[in-house]
Design a protein around this ligand. Structure first.
Ligand SMILES: Cc1ncc(C[n+]2csc(CCOP(=O)(O)OP(=O)(O)O)c2C)c(N)n1
Ligand SMILES: [Mg+2]
Length: 385
């Protein structure tokens, strides 16, 4: 099936100091009502099977995230940053990647992680406090979560420059993808990463999930102009995509990654989306935003629109849709079980993998902590540490 679509829809609600702001282009291939649109720059050919696959991804990712919120509420996790509403931005961009590409996430990219083959319970480890990470970044082409806002954009740029220097470029080569948020766009690290990537034409794509909020700080506090336009000042292309449209996110990311691999340098993708939940389970968004905003974005739900499209085009029957729902329920149960079964680490493991090479400060802290543990009666066995 050939699905080439296009649309240049104006984006509302953008703060701008200009007297007559130009309408912003939003790459959209699937409207909130589930209708296909064409865009001359972003043709996309997907088979019905691929479309069903994307739908399944979205539903499973949301179900996993919902279960993680439940687990936190029941005291099984210390904290959870929900991705609710951002499923299409994550699945669409992740499905555009090649296996050997390298992803540098923040802390909310659970959907990307699942597409990269990270097991759901591995994603919970950090938030249950049983490991520093949970997966091997090399194995999945997916770096560990980064809490220091924006720093991963520098890691991605450095990694991309390494790809260049190793000659792993070209059509079959590699590229890096860095995720970050609208709030992170104000960080020095992100702007430095843009400069380095730009002047070295590094094969890196910057994927900003503009979910409209940085905890309680609204987008208007980050920039008076649309974020994607900042790219021009650094000398590389920027594009705004409907972040709730899985097709558009796939098409735009695919093209940006191809350009990066083929030596055309970096680009910035601004996925215009919405954080439908709280910043994390520690946050109460009713303190700083109106419920009407959420209601408006619910009408743009990424899963609903794909389901509507599938139904309209007859791409799947009721049995497929109910089958995916059943699979999602099963996933929820499996995640809950696996979370509770995650083994507690030995206390001394906290000192492992801090640095790749020995470090005198960590060694000293390890010794002090071992002595502290040994001071407890009956805990002098190696296994207790
Ligand atoms: C360097 C740094 N400064 C501040 C924080 C505290 N902090 C955690 S999340 C966050 C907001 C990030 O917002 P955004 O980049 O839009 O990402 P989102 O959480 O919306 O996905 C802040 C300020 C931090 N983790 N690191
Ligand atoms: Mg944000």
């Amino acid at each position: 099936m050939s699905i080439s679509t296009s649309n240049a829809a104006p984006v509302s609600g953008q703060a701008s100091s200009a007297a007559a702001p130009e309408p912003e282009e939003l790459v959209q291939l699937l409207t909130p009502e589930g209708e296909r649109r064409e865009h001359p720059d972003y043709p996309l050919d997907l088979s019905p099977e691929e479309i069903r696959g994307l739908y399944r991804d979205l539903v499973l990712v949301r179900r996993f995230d919902t279960e993680a919120v439940f687990l936190q509420r029941q005291g099984e996790l210390g904290l959870w940053p929900s991705l609710l509403g951002q499923e299409a931005a994550q699945v669409g961009s992740a499905r555009a990647l090649h296996g050997h590409d390298m992803v540098f996430p923040t802390y909310r990219e659970h959907g990307v992680a699942m597409c990269r083959g990270v097991r759901p319970e591995q994603l919970l480890e950090l938030f249950r406090g049983v490991s520093h990470g949970g997966w091997n970044p090399k194995e999945h082409g997916f770096h560990l979560y980064t809490i220091v806002i924006g720093s991963q954009t520098l890691h991605a740029t450095g990694y991309a420059m390494g790809i260049q220097r190793d000659g792993r470029v070209g059509a079959e080569g590699e590229a890096a993808l860095a995720y970050f948020g609208d709030g992170a766009s104000s960080q020095g690290d992100v702007n430095e990463a843009f400069v380095w990537a730009s002047v070295f034409h590094a094969p890196v794509v910057f994927f900003c999930q503009n979910n409209q909020w940085a905890i309680s700080a609204p987008l208007a506090k980050q920039s008076p102009i649309p974020l994607y336009r900042r790219a021009a000042g650094f000398g590389f292309p920027g594009v705004r995509v409907d972040g709730n449209d899985v097709f558009a996110c796939l098409a735009v990311t695919r093209q940006a990654m191809r350009a990066a691999r083929e030596g055309q340098g970096p680009s910035l993708i601004e996925a215009f989306t919405y954080r439908m939940g709280a910043h994390t389970t520690n946050d109460d968004p009713t303190r700083y935003r109106l419920s009407g905003e959420l209601e408006e974005w619910k009408l743009k739900d990424p899963i609903e629109r794909l389901r509507a499209y599938i139904a309209r085009e007859g791409l799947a029957g009721a049995d497929f849709l109910s089958g995916v729902d059943a699979e999602a329920e099963e996933l929820g149960e499996q995640v809950r079980r696996a979370c509770r079964e995650l083994p507690d680490p030995r206390p001394m493991e906290i000192f492992d993998h801090v640095y790749a090479e020995p470090n005198s400060q960590v060694d000293e802290e390890r010794e002090r902590f071992a002595a502290y543990l040994d001071s407890f009666e009956g805990a002098e066995h190696e296994g207790d540490r």
